[in-house]
Write a protein that binds this ligand. Structure first.
Ligand code: PAF
Length: 281
């Protein structure tokens, strides 16, 4: 049974005992509204580490739109059932005042060296400062040996990897491949807001990414990107970007060199829902 904690003290005591016995502790940060993708992340962590902790915290500092924050689904009872099913040991559900005590300056003011200025960062200014702030704070409180994140948020895990290295945080980042439905649609809490038809259509994003991968030797980068934009528009999406970037610096590429670590990332609106996905090329 997953044990649920609303404050860090008793949880930190238990985790300290595990670490003292030489047991590694994996940590899966989430904002709740859990789905099969989160469950697979927890199960994967549990396969490799003896103790797995997850957090549910809807982080106000990473929302640039207040309404988005208010609308964010809060489904704790259902989430606990999913955590139980995934074999999660501990679930940390803190209050805002524990993560951001008024007496503590938790702002990082970290220079993300341009990683935060492209793609998601260009459309959601300040978002990654908020993500770094909360992940750093959660790592300080939970002190895990391993941090598990999903590949679906490519820019997010790349920035967290950068932060871990830059601040020399003693944790090992493990990135788990995107969990997909049979249709190829990446699992996301936002899919629940799509109609049945919308969910079927949303799989076009993955098909478009796969076509870009197939055409990567035939077309130059700008044409691959505009092909992606056009295909999504034709299917009824409002795409924000289809960008091919270097997988480490996240800077847009003009040419794909053989063997280069490159990624194509997409953000597109469908039925008022913003969807993102990516594929390593
Ligand atoms: O990916 C998310 O759910 C959030 O950005 C994270 C990493 C839990 C930080 O709030």
């Amino acid at each position: 049974m997953t044990q649920v904690f609303h404050s860090i003290e008793p949880l930190a005591q238990l985790l300290y005992e595990h670490i003292s016995k030489g047991e590694d502790v994996a940590f899966v940060p989430t904002m709740g509204a859990l789905h099969e993708g989160h469950a697979l992340l927890m199960e994967e962590a549990k396969k490799h580490q003896p103790i797995v902790v997850a957090s549910i915290f809807v982080n106000p500092t990473q929302f640039n739109d207040k309404k988005d924050l208010e609308k964010y689904p809060r489904t704790l009872e259902k989430d606990v059932v999913i955590c139980n099913g995934a074999g999660l040991d501990y679930l940390y559900v803190p209050e805002v005042f524990e993560i951001y005590p008024p007496s503590l300056n938790t702002e990082l003011n970290l220079d993300l060296e341009g990683l935060d200025k492209v793609m998601e960062g260009a459309f959601r200014p300040g978002h990654f400062d908020g993500v770094c702030q909360v992940v750093k704070r959660l790592l300080d409180l939970v002190r895990p040996t391993h941090l598990y994140m999903g590949q679906k948020d490519f820019q997010q895990f790349t920035i967290i990897d950068f932060m871990i290295k830059k601040l020399d945080i003693p944790v090992k980042l493990v990135v788990i491949p995107t969990s997909r439905q049979k249709s190829g649609l990446a699992r996301s809490s936002r899919n629940a807001r799509l109609s049945t038809k919308g969910r079927q259509k949303a799989a076009t994003i993955y098909r478009t990414l796969k076509s870009i991968e197939e055409k990567k030797h035939e077309l130059p980068v700008p044409e691959l990107e505009s092909y992606g934009m056009k295909r999504l528009k034709k299917a009824g999406f409002e795409p924000e970007y289809v960008t091919i970037s270097d997988g480490t610096t996240l800077q847009p590429l003009k040419v794909l060199e053989p063997g280069q670590y490159a990624v194509v990332c997409v953000a597109a609106w469908l039925e008022g829902v913003r969807l993102i996905d990516n594929l390593v090329l």
